[in-house]
Design a protein around this ligand. Structure first.
Ligand SMILES: Cc1cc2nc3c(=O)[nH]c(=O)nc-3n(C[C@H](O)[C@H](O)[C@H](O)COP(=O)(O)OP(=O)(O)OC[C@H]3O[C@@H](n4cnc5c(N)ncnc54)[C@H](O)[C@@H]3O)c2cc1C
Length: 442
């Protein structure tokens, strides 16, 4: 039986471990922390609030992912988002405006001006681009107009990637949209063409778990039968004359060990790859290319309130802030509306995102200034009165690896390293894409 080492025990590492186990390999996971899951972390506080410090939900669009989670006995334990969470808001002229859910509400919505709405209708008549390397901003502005870029794409990408649409590459961040234009000449025609296919598919489910997203990891762990070396940080990796891999790691008490494996999959964050000493790796300069994914700091501010302290009905997923609105937050999730049991009876939990590419310095403010700044914004936008009954900050100094224009170079570098070095491969959100479905598809 071939032995395989997986570096990193985040969702990408566990996914690779499960696949390797299914193909009959003897799997060992190296994880430097005492817990698995990487950025997927949940905590129930003593005040009774359930905080997700990383992802808050998993969007299940594809049948194959649902099947995979069923095989892992995970789906039976999932909970669905509140139906009301379909409603989402953006900020326009300092007020929350609901995004339209269908064509009649699109026509009456204040989310875009009449000119902005008319510009969308021109989309099927806009020519295809000859460039295959447009940014998301260039694509959206060209096909749907400036207002959609400013009031839809900009806040949406601030919420998903904590990034600007100008930095994200269309083929790397949204390959399906790029493909739709290539095949159908238009996004609208592309949607129409795939409508039949979508109708056959199950509806998208937005799920989490009674104990937060970390339960995805604990349930995964129950099913993956492998050796898990917690508190084992990989420090040095050596290719043994194209005949296996030596991993030198340190454990919590500082003791070092060297272990030998036939194969190795590295799912470490891009920022960690260059901190490892690699020996005898062919084309080792490609290892530096892998580390080039841009990351920005992001802070999550959790605030708990009595329900009656907030004027807004909190009847939705939350709101996102377009950059043009000039505010100090990227957006806020109505966490206790989104899933049940996130706050004690009669209380609500709000999760606000600060910083990212747009305002990295704001993510780095000290705790007092960060709480004050978020409270000021929420009192203005949601009519929050008085002090929170609970508050906490989670900081991510290097939050999300952005799918910028160099992502294709990074994927090529990973492919070259795998083809030149027997038994070596790479995965992780910097290569697969950052969403949880991307990590699960590996
Ligand atoms: C704040 C935030 C919110 C998000 N929200 C969502 C969301 O709502 N929905 C969604 O789909 N996606 C979301 N994402 C994205 C998604 O959570 C991540 O892309 C995904 O979890 C990354 O998993 P990974 O295994 O690739 O990396 P990681 O989770 O970073 O795992 C890497 C692992 O490697 C370990 N490690 C590092 N160095 C070493 C070493 N030398 N030796 C051994 N182990 C090491 C780390 O400890 C870690 O456990 C969010 C991300 C963030 C940061």
């Amino acid at each position: 039986m071939k032995s395989i080492a997986i570096l990193g025990g985040g969702l990408s590492g566990l996914t690779q471990a499960w696949k390797a186990q299914k193909s009959g390999k003897k799997v060992t996971i190296f994880e430097e922390n005492s817990r698995l899951g990487g950025v997927i972390q949940s905590e129930r506080t003593k005040e009774g609030f359930l905080l997700d410090y990383g992802p808050n939900s998993l969007s299940l669009r594809k049948q194959n992912l649902s099947e995979m989670l069923e095989q892992l006995d995970i789906l039976d334990h999932a909970i669905d988002a509140n139906v009301i969470a379909k409603k989402r808001f953006i900020v326009r002229a300092g007020k929350l405006v609901a995004l339209p859910l269908n064509f009649p509400t699109f026509l009456s919505s204040r989310f875009l001006s009449p000119t902005g709405k008319l510009r969308i209708l021109l989309e099927p008549f806009i020519r295809k681009s000859k460039s295959s390397s447009e940014s998301v901003a260039q694509f959206i502005e060209r096909r749907l107009g400036r207002e959609v870029l400013d009031y839809a794409a900009n806040p949406f990408l601030g919420g998903v990637f904590a990034a600007r649409p100008e930095t994200l590459s269309l083929p790397n961040a949204f390959p399906a949209l790029a493909e739709m234009e290539r095949q159908n000449g238009s996004i609208f025609r592309g949607f129409l063409a795939s409508r039949k296919k979508f109708n056959r598919m199950e509806k998208t489910r937005l799920i989490s778990f009674p104990n937060g997203m970390e339960e995805l990891i604990t349930r995964f762990e129950m099913k993956v039968q492998c050796s898990i070396l917690r508190k084992h940080s990989a420090k040095e990796i050596e290719s043994v004359h194209q005949n296996g891999w030596k991993i030198k790691c340190t454990s919590e008490n500082g003791s070092q060990s060297i272990l030998h494996f036939d194969e190795l999959i590295c799912t470490l964050p891009a920022t960690q790859i260059s901190s490892i000493k690699w020996t005898n790796v062919k084309n080792s300069k490609d290892l530096n290319v892998l580390s080039t994914a841009p990351h920005f700091p992001l802070s999550l501010v959790f605030l708990g309130f009595e329900r009656e302290q907030i004027e807004h009905p909190l009847d939705g997923f939350g709101f996102l802030v377009p950059e043009l609105e000039n505010r100090k937050i990227l957006g806020t999730l109505f966490s206790s509306t989104l899933f049940s049991n996130r706050a004690p009876e009669g209380k609500v939990l709000l999760t606000t995102f600060v910083g990212g590419e747009r305002q990295p310095h704001l993510a780095e403010m000290n705790d007092g200034s960060l709480f004050q700044s978020v409270s000021d914004e929420l009192s203005c936008l949601l009519g929050v009165k008085g002090k929170p009954i609970f508050q906490k900050i989670k900081r991510w100094p290097l939050s999300i690896p952005l799918p910028d224009s160099r992502m294709s170079e990074r994927k090529d570098a990973a492919r070259r390293l795998s083809s030149l070095n027997n038994g070596l491969s790479f995965s992780g959100s910097h290569l697969t894409g950052v969403s949880l479905p991307n990590c699960l598809e590996g």
